[in-house]
Design a protein around this ligand. Structure first.
Ligand SMILES: [Mg+2]
Length: 120
């Protein structure tokens, strides 16, 4: 099963997302709470797919998306967006985001995004 890295500054969001992903059989190989840590974990763990929150301290999800894609053009990154982030979504598309999932989390929406990204 695909290996997933969760990048989100909210412990609650990470927990919910992990539960949903594991429920579908995905392996959550690491979690990170900001973009800096997310980049380091990406390099260290080489996940098949990343779920990337946008608003985070230190380094946000857009910056983290940019540096991961710069290091690995094939990286598959699903952006986690909230209401009112249309500009950020456009920026993420421009920078190579694979898919989008909106908060609050919907199990089926997450599964669909992963299937699309992983070509399942
Ligand atoms: Mg956040």
């Amino acid at each position: 099963m695909a290996k997933v890295l969760i990048v989100d500054d909210s412990r609650t969001s990470r927990k919910i997302l992990r539960g949903i992903l594991e429920g579908y059989g995905y392996e959550v190989i690491a979690e990170a709470e900001n973009g800096e840590e997310g980049y380091l974990k990406y390099k260290e763990k080489a996940p098949d797919v990343v779920t990337m929150d946008i608003t985070m301290p230190k380094m946000d999800g857009i910056e983290c998306l940019k540096i991961i894609k710069h290091a690995d053009a094939e990286a598959k990154i699903i952006m986690i967006t909230a209401a009112g982030q249309k500009d950020k979504m456009m920026e993420a598309i421009k920078n190579g985001a694979s898919e989008f999932v909106t908060k609050p989390f919907d199990k089926e929406e997450i599964k669909k995004a992963l299937d699309t990204v992983l070509g399942a």
